[in-house]
Design a binder for this molecule. Structure first.
Ligand code: FAD
Length: 284
């Protein structure tokens, strides 16, 4: 059980994957998962498309992790376009597949959503969905957190206040947004502790293996780029093989340092690339 594991002092190792874009791509994702399973992760989470259309795919992938690979699965779920009936439907699907853990997220506003739909949504924040899930299901719930602050929050102080509310609503553990500067994460841990947030927090690590990927990642996550990583891109960005090696090496050093600091867990955003994950895991 993930909760028991995180309560122990050992640093857990987990992966994130995304579901296939097309139905006939499932075998490729299952092959990826077979390869990731060989690295003995403590759990694997599967992302979710915010609009709701991809929810069945998330359930199918999480079911494979849970039932075929016998590894604890976390299904991501976003509530931005959800009504209670949608949550009930999803809960039934989770129960049927034996999925016990969800990462409960608000999600980002889909481009197709009108102002009226967005501002009248049934679950305004992730904490509203978490409260509902806690009262109406037996699911174990994880939540997201942001070492460099969520992009909508005006101050870190307010973001932490809302994070505390989210934890108090029934969140058992947190998984962080990716970050490239460990000091940012250590400062965040201090702030969460001061804010009275005591649940385990897994550190989100995204290995960057191309210059283009870094650009996209920074745009989506808002994470800051330390000089050392910027220098790697400047020095190796034009040479794919050297860039790949340097990016993996950067992630390995980040993870080793986090483990030395005794963090609760390392959650690797694998981008469905098991070879890269294997190279990292063998070095840590
Ligand atoms: P919330 O916890 O609701 O917070 C969102 C904002 O609202 C924050 O600024 C917060 O400070 C503020 N807030 C919260 N409560 C209140 C309140 N009561 N009053 C005022 N303000 C408040 N997205 C996907 O679509 N699919 C995925 O699978 C996915 N997986 C993710 C996994 C991880 C580990 C992380 C970190 C993010 C993931 N996301 C995913 C992105 C996520 O959906 C977005 O970051 C989204 O913008 C916020 O979701 P949340 O659950 O953190 O929201």
């Amino acid at each position: 059980m993930i909760n028991d594991l995180l309560a122990k002092k050992k640093t857990s190792l987990s992966f994130e994957v995304f579901p296939p874009k097309k139905d006939d791509d499932f075998p490729a994702v299952f092959n990826t998962l077979d390869a990731l399973a060989k690295l003995n992760p403590d759990f694997i989470s599967c992302t979710y498309g915010a609009g709701g259309s991809k929810s069945k795919k998330t359930v199918e992938v999480a079911s494979y992790i849970q039932n075929q690979l016998k590894i604890d699965a976390i299904a991501h779920i976003t509530c931005v376009g959800f009504k209670q009936t949608d949550l009930k439907e999803n809960y039934e699907a989770f129960k049927k597949e034996g999925i016990q853990y969800v990462l409960a997220l608000r999600g980002d506003r889909p481009q197709t959503m009108t102002d009226e739909q967005y501002y009248s949504r049934e679950f305004e924040h992730a904490s509203d969905m978490i409260r509902y899930l806690k009262d109406n299901t037996t699911l174990e719930i994880a939540g997201a957190c942001y070492p460099e602050k969520h992009y909508e929050a005006d101050t870190m102080e307010n973001d932490l206040k809302h994070l505390k509310e989210k934890v108090d609503a029934g969140t058992s553990f947190l998984i962080s947004q990716l970050f490239f500067d460990n000091d940012t994460f250590y400062r965040f841990l201090e702030l969460t502790s001061k804010a009275g947030i005591t649940v385990p927090i897994c550190a989100g690590i995204m290995p960057v293996t191309t210059a283009k990927q870094l650009g996209t990642t920074v745009t989506l996550s808002g994470s800051s780029v330390p000089k050392e990583l910027a220098d790697i891109i400047a020095n190796y960005g034009e040479n794919p093989e050297d860039m790949r090696k340097a990016g993996i090496d950067y992630a390995v050093r980040q993870i080793r340092d986090l483990k030395e600091h005794g963090v609760d867990g390392i959650h690797i955003y694998t981008m469905n690339r098991p070879k890269m994950a294997a190279e990292i895991v063998t070095q840590i």
